[in-house]
Write a protein that binds this ligand. Structure first.
Ligand SMILES: Cc1cc2nc3c(=O)[nH]c(=O)nc-3n(C[C@H](O)[C@H](O)[C@H](O)COP(=O)(O)O)c2cc1C
Length: 271
């Protein structure tokens, strides 16, 4: 399998597919990927592969595929971060065999998907994704959407990462052994490309914070920016592994003063 750093660098959301059916073998392989998706919160997550025609599913931004994957879990603390961490592994594994995806938390016929997932009252289905091979050309709608959120751009390294406190932006050349894990975090996908992840590196720890934007908090389907944080944790841990580091997950707020609307989420301790 290709290196995750390569997959992370090359991945993009795919919303326009080639119209070809996915073979049974490939579907089986995708199912097996979901079986190895874990998360550091220990939240059980159920994946289901759903055919749009069979279940009457629709996403207004997706064209050229009838196949989707959707997830559900019991409503519980940190279900969003757990989902971000878990499903991002699927997204990258799918990309490694030429299958494109898009995290979709908003632009879908949610009630049709929830019916197809047999969602019960204590469960939540935050996101779905189409699966298939990318078309040669993006639809006009996809091109316009990507432009609208600046999907090809990410915030500068020193806007996202800090040394010891939020007063000291970190330059790439000073990241030392944390360089690859931090670069991987920076490239992650996020809802409306808001990139809410901030990291303060102090001693041997990378402390993750969420810079909360307005409008994400009160969704009944989970806070999309917390899913982004799970994606960031996943990318960090994949980058750390590839850099030969042993990174241990912990939740222990170090008490570093934070800017407004910025909250502690979790840490990785480099052993
Ligand atoms: C939690 C989450 C929810 C998202 N929801 C949607 C959505 O509802 N519709 C959509 O078209 N894209 C959605 N996206 C995709 C983002 O817009 C996309 O990842 C971002 O613009 C960066 O582009 P890239 O994935 O091609 O790098 C979502 C992404 C994440 C991580």
């Amino acid at each position: 399998m290709e290196k995750y750093s390569k997959l992370i660098r090359e991945r993009r959301s795919v919303r326009t597919f080639d119209g070809q059916k996915i073979s049974g073998d490939v579907l089986e392989q995708l199912k097996s990927f979901t079986e190895s998706c874990d998360n550091p919160y220990g939240v059980p997550i159920e994946y289901r592969f759903l055919n749009a025609k069979e279940h009457g599913l629709k996403s207004q931004v997706i064209a050229g595929t009838d196949e989707f994957v959707a997830v559900k879990m019991k409503r519980q603390p940190n279900f969003e971060e757990a989902l971000g961490y878990s499903m991002e592994q699927f997204v990258l594994d799918a990309w490694s065999i030429g299958i494109g995806t898009t995290w979709i938390g908003g632009t879908m016929d949610r009630s049709a998907f929830e019916r197809a997932m047999d969602l019960s009252e204590d469960e939540v289905m935050p996101c779905v994704s189409p699966i298939g091979r990318a078309a040669k050309r993006m639809s006009l709608k996809e091109t316009v959407m990507r432009k609208g959120v600046g999907a090809d751009r990410r915030k500068a390294f020193e806007e996202l990462f800090f040394t010891d406190s939020f007063d000291q932006p970190m330059k790439e050349e000073n990241a030392g052994s944390m360089l690859l894990p931090l670069q991987m975090v920076r490239l992650g996908p996020s809802a409306v490309n808001k990139q809410p992840w901030r990291i303060v590196v102090a001693e041997n720890c990378a402390h993750f914070y969420i810079a909360k934007a307005k409008g994400f908090e009160n969704s009944a389907h989970g806070n999309m920016q917390k899913i982004d944080m799970g994606i960031a944790l996943c990318h960090f841990s994949l980058g750390a592994k590839e850099a030969g580091l042993t990174a241990e997950f912990e939740i222990h707020d170090p008490g570093i003063p934070t800017p407004d609307n910025t909250e502690y989420v979790a840490s990785y301790r480099i052993m």
